[in-house]
Design a protein around this ligand. Sequence first.
Ligand code: PXG
Length: 294
Amino acid sequence: MSEQWIYLDGQYVTKENAKVSVFDHGFLYGDGIFEGIRIYDGNIFKCAEHLGRLYDSAKSIGLVIPLAQDEIREAMAETIRRNDMRNGYIRLVVSRGVGNLGLDPRRCANPTILIIVEQLAIYPEEAYINGLRAVSVSQRRNLPDALNPKIKSLNYLNNILVKMQSNFADADEAIMMNAQGYVTEGSGDNIFIVKNNVIYTPPCYLGALEGITRLAIIELCETLGYKLKEEPFTMHDVYIADEVFFTGTAAEVIAAREIDGRVIGSGQAGPITLKLLEEFRKIVSLDGYKVWEA
Ligand code: PXG
């Protein structure tokens, strides 16, 4: 890649010049929000949905984004054009901005807005056939009434601690429960299980992000005539499932072949997981905002 251009507060700067203040509350406190978005064949997948979630996260933490949604969309499109990118990953970050060493967000006059576009390191294609090894972890998902996981905040320590625990277990992904022992999500992905041809995913009020991929899969289930239920379940239901899969912007739709030492279903991606992945991949370059014509 030649020069990497980054959008930073209204300017396009090189990677070397993309610097944020040590007084930025995003850095000091994780006070801010973000989105991770894919671009497929010049299409920003589910652009409006990602922007909608960004503005919802901002509203929830009382952060006023000083740009309209279509202005942010244009900044993403321009960053993509300047990097000559057709396929990749977009990281859109809005932090509370520069303040002092106190917590008070009123000291932060201007949010920091930045957009990075990059190639994405994704799972190898065989992982989509063979599935991942996952473990359940002892850390609980953030309590919704402490820090609601529906907010895609810059405070990802909950997820990082969980990722570390799955690394220690030499696993590919973690499964987080909430304080009541109900399954919530993976470290950075939503979770689905299949039992007797019925697909289940936890309701997000239990403590999960309202994933854009999750919603796309729910819609695809409807289109394909699959029966889907949003209801609470426990690790027991996961162990006895016919199929288990994760959904997320980076992972798309990927099966788990083994969880806490139990083999899931056939020990490979099951037919419903593979069908949903196939159908999902048909829409990724169509549903969204086209920066370049494919
Ligand atoms: N849950 C959490 C906690 C997430 O962070 C998802 C679910 C899936 O949501 P989407 O909208 O992407 O379908 C996410 C988002 C990474 C990485 O590097 C992953 C996410 C975000 C940022 C980085 O793996 N996942």
